[in-house]
Design a protein around this ligand. Sequence first.
Ligand code: SAM
Length: 206
Amino acid sequence: MDKFYPLLKQYNSDNAKDVLPEWTKIYSESTPPVYWNILKNILNNYPKSSSVFEIGSGAGDLLALIMSLGFENVTGIEQDLLLTEVANKKLEHFFKRQDTVVHGKYPISISKPNILIQINCVYFENIFSKEEYLFQLKSFYQNANPDYYLLEVIDSSFTSESKAFPNFVRLSEKNIQDTFTGKTIDSFKTYEYPYNTSSKRLYLIS
Ligand SMILES: C[S@@+](CC[C@H](N)C(=O)[O-])C[C@H]1O[C@@H](n2cnc3c(N)ncnc32)[C@H](O)[C@@H]1O
C-alpha cells in the first residue's frame, strides 16, 4: 500500500465539501481505486523526469498520487473551476507547487508530454456515435502527440443499461487497435461489472 495514500485520504476527509461531485469520494475510501494500482506499476517503469499531462484532473487526486511517486514535471487541465481550485490547493498543500492544474477544456495547445493520461474521464459532449467518440479520443492523442497515452475507457463487455455510459462509449480492444493503427497497445482490466458499476479497461498506447 502507498505510504502517501493514507495522507491523501485524510486530507480529503478533512476537506470534504457537499458541493463536490460524488466520484471525488473514491479517494476518501480505505484503499485507492483499482486504476491507480495499475497506473502506478506502469509509471514506475518510466524515468521520474518524464513530463506528465492529465486530461480531466478533477480534484487533483490522481496528480497527487503521481507526484508522490517522484514525478515533478506534472500538469493537468480541468474544465470545472471549483475542482480546479480544489486540485491546486491540494497539490500546493502536499507538494508546495502552485497552478499545477489549468482551468480549461481540453484540447488546448500544450507542449508535447512524455505521458498523456486520461483516466476515469469518459466525456462525450455533442457526440452521438462510436465513430465520433473514437475520433475525439484520437484527436486528444494527436493534440498532445505523447510518447505514451494511458487511456481508460468503458469496455464493450459492459452490456447493462446505463444512462451514464451509452453504448457508443463502450469500446473493444479492436476499436482501440483500429483507431491507433501502427501503435503498440497493451491493456489492463480495471473494473468489472457487476462487482463494480461498469467494466473498464486501461490502454497503454505507445
Ligand atoms: C470523473 S473525473 C476524474 C478525475 C481524475 N481523472 C481522477 O481519476 O480522479 C473526470 C473529470 O474530467 C473533467 N473533464 C472532462 N472532459 C474534460 C475536458 N475536455 N477538458 C477538461 N476537463 C474535462 C470533468 O470535469 C471531471 O472533473
